[in-house]
Design a protein around this ligand. Sequence first.
Ligand SMILES: CSC[C@H]1O[C@@H](n2cnc3c(O)ncnc32)[C@H](O)[C@@H]1O
Ligand SMILES: [Zn+2]
Length: 441
Amino acid sequence: MKKQVDLVIEARWLCPIVPKNTLLEYQSVVIQSGKIVDICAITSASDLYQANEIVQLTEHVLIPGLINLHTHAAMSLMRGVADDLTLMTWLSEHIWPAEQAVLSEQYVQDASLLACAEMLSGGITCFNDMYFYPKATSVAASQAGIRANLGLVVLEFPTAYATDAADYLQKGFDAHDSWRGNPLISTCIAPHAPYTVSNQTFETVLTYAEQLGLGIHTHLHETRDEIAQSQTEFGLRPLQRLAQLGLLGPNFLAAHGVHLIDSEIDMLAEFGCHIAHCPSSNLKLASGIAPISKLLAKGVNVGLGTDGAASNNRLDLFAEMRLSALLAKGMSEDATVIPAHQALEMATINAAKAMGLEDKIGSIEIGKLADLTAVKLNESIINPCYDPISHLVYTCGREHVSHTWVTGELRYSNGLYANIEPLELKEIINMWQPKLQLHKH
Ligand SMILES: CSC[C@H]1O[C@@H](n2cnc3c(O)ncnc32)[C@H](O)[C@@H]1O
Ligand SMILES: [Zn+2]
């Protein structure tokens, strides 16, 4: 007798990510209660399973859902508000004043929903976020049906969200408690950066992270100025300072890591830290280019992030995969570094590892959650296709994503969302654009 299951996805090609650099053909992924319960030849699956639904992907490659390892979803409404500026001018003269003017629970929920829509349509099934009002981000993520690892942000300076570091932490833990039992939401603590967080606060963050078993996600070594400023103020480079405070370890994720000397790369490897590489944002803000081929060669786990839409200006991991591979080759003058399968690993399993979620997501394996993305390879202008893995990184764009599933539920397909009305997004844009327009210089 055939076994009853929820969903069978029949794929022309399957790139499971684990085992490494594997491409399978004519495979079925069998899904029950949101989990992958079998992966087998299409012919075997039709003998073994009676599915409530069968999706035939005759011209597609099925991959694990992409994971955005560093973003600020609620900055989607600030896309293009301030371009062509370096980080500190961009932040202190444009973005922080704009945030001060619009920041509220409703703003974060609305802007995050827009970002969730953009990410789902680009095959992203999980994002690692750092922003004020994380409860509002969780409301948007839950509506969209996308997975989110939400940072409990910590800063010293007051905003509409919180008054001081203790208040940020208190509000964060309140949000953390409210997510208990929510299958889509996980948490980490997110001190913004070494230049906005004191030693004492970093120590408090570490204590809580250890007590609660949470990861720590911070911006680090993004610009040369950040390092110079730290040397002036503390007599230490930021990474040295955080090392002295005891923060480094396998639960520590640094966004950017653009400016790293060899001994720092060794230290990140020794402590098992993770890096979220955000090449588009680093190029656009003229911060520099992170040495990811060196980091990977030394065994540091590197995932990919888009950063926020105000510095990228796209939440598009296809763009980040392609750019990271091309930049690494150009920088090292070695075409063999970051082959296509490694760029895909950075956007999937490496990011899952960096968030401590590698048992659940990041690859298509039996027992993992069915967070899946289908990419359609039929368009003449991207054919012939000799190697779908090469195509995913060097040829395709997010416009080739046809389906996105989270926990086996179809959340996006062919321009439509399961839980987001196109009109709803238009209303959000119409409501907030006039307020942010005032901050466009
Ligand atoms: C505490 S919420 C996040 C905070 O970070 C700001 N931000 C956005 N992008 C960057 C970046 O590349 N480096 C540093 N800070 C960034 C964002 O505007 C929020 O204020
Ligand atoms: Zn950032």
